[in-house]
Design a protein. Structure first.
Length: 114
């Protein structure tokens, strides 16, 4: 799994977007990365994107973690759609605190075949 930088647009490639513990807002570097991803997807109709969103922390109940992870995934989805990726090419899964992998406050963006 990669962190922001130049992402390869091949099935199975992935990107890990990190968030502050209680935030769903996209930072400027994350926005730039997603805009570049959207531009690359425009010419590759055979690809789709899976968003696996997580949220964790001792102060979050399971339901709050799931809501926060959904907010993060929807923020990523909205930015991709605003930059030309059709909504039918984006799968969203809000998984809340169902991870032990660090960082727990993240959205994994996975490129897959349609």
């Amino acid at each position: 799994m990669r962190t922001p930088g130049a992402m390869t647009l091949e099935p199975g490639s992935s990107l890990k977007l990190t968030f502050a513990a209680d935030a769903a807002k996209l930072t400027e570097p994350v926005q730039e990365e997603l805009i570049a991803l959207a531009a690359g997807l425009k010419d590759r109709d055979g690809l789709r994107v899976q968003l696996l969103a997580y949220a964790g922390g001792e102060s979050l109940s399971s339901s709050k973690a799931r809501r926060l992870s959904l907010s993060r995934a929807l923020a990523v989805r909205s930015l991709l759609i605003d930059n030309g990726v059709r909504s039918t090419r984006i799968d969203v899964r809000a998984l809340g605190n169902k991870t032990t992998e660090e960082p727990v406050n993240r959205v994994d963006v996975i490129v897959a075949e349609r």
